[in-house]
Design a protein around this ligand. Sequence first.
Ligand code: GLN
Length: 447
Amino acid sequence: MITLKEALKLSSKELEDLKANLASEIAKHPELNAYIDVNNVGSGVPIAVKDNIQVKDWSITSGSKILQGYIAPYNATVIEKMLKAGLSPFGRTNMDEFAMGSTTESSCYGKTLNPHNADCVPGGSSGGSAAAVAAGLAIAALGSDTGGSIRQPASFCGIVGMKPTYGRVSRYGLGAYASSLDQIGPMTQNVEDAAILYDIISGHDEKDSTSADMNDKVSDKLNPARKLRIATLPKYIEHASQDVKDAYSKAIEALKNAGHTIVEKELLDAKYDISAYYITATAEATTNLARYDGIRYGRRAECKDLKELFINSRSEGFGEEVKRRILLGNFVLSSGYYDAYYVKAQKVRHIIKDEYAKVFEDVDLILSPVAPTTANRFGSLSNPIEMYLSDIYTISVNLAGLPALSLPICKSAKGMPVGLQLIAKAYDEQTLFDGALSLEKEINYKG
Ligand code: GLN
């Protein structure tokens, strides 16, 4: 598949052919279920868009029955920025309902398959975007990452996925899951394309009150020759499988060969991240999802009075995982438990942030696993807690608001891609991309 960098040089005639080609390839692979629909309207370079990012006049459902029938009344800021840069949204990609999940199985449109092995999940929640890029059905895609939803599916599908610093990319027009953690980011075939797409979608936006007042760009200054200090985490990686540990050793060797200095560090045990994240994320989600009442958006259930309207619309519209999180979020925010859970989670969040700050006093980047395993088989996570635990390596980055990039390192013994992530200081995307580009060159991963 042509890269984003190359596609930006195509004539409009060449772009038309490319899009027709893409549409016919997508139609040939319905079983993959990466796209919910293809909507080839604009004249720019086609970019696949996760179904929780608004494109004016398109359906948007966040993978949920409750939003079916809803039409986006305006463009998300990232879409406006893409259009200005000569890109155009091309189809909605499948996702876990309201971005809650790590497998894309909770979508109301059914599961998406991993292009490397149809018995395995593509990861989630941006599994449709990852599968589309990995299968050659998209040049690049947008995803959103609240606790790993860009980086983990990128790792499972063997592509590049980047979560920007919190505040770098406007959340205006993104379906909110947990507002203090959500960021939109690029999912691409390589690091340079990720930098290009990041540059296009990032920048200050007055429509998002948490948007950083910064507009610096990275892609025209990429410098993989910079020599960096990179932290490794020998104890932290103990929770990972042998495949991931092997990839980790391989990446360390590659970084050394590229001339970087490796420094061993430690972070807070990742088990604290899970509790802090799932309390914070569900508390925010429960508040954000309160707006889906059957009146203002999407689907309305049969009812005989107002109370039934709320109850039936929400009962029929939300799936099981979303309901579980609404319950959990209400529980941790309820008056008797607010201090014991929610307030405590915020304190832990601060400690996690401080731990990262300490490590970054001495290094430029941190090398970390993305997920403890390669893509799991469908149905192999027997309960929700097991799925939550599989997020141990991604969620602290969101809690601390940091930028991170997942890139493929090698294949496992069973032929599945293994990705690792580099994490940088807040707002230091330049160093993140420079280091990632250097590692990508040295590793020379062939999908
Ligand atoms: N798997 C995590 C969750 O379910 C992260 C999801 C995400 O980043 N949107 O909350």
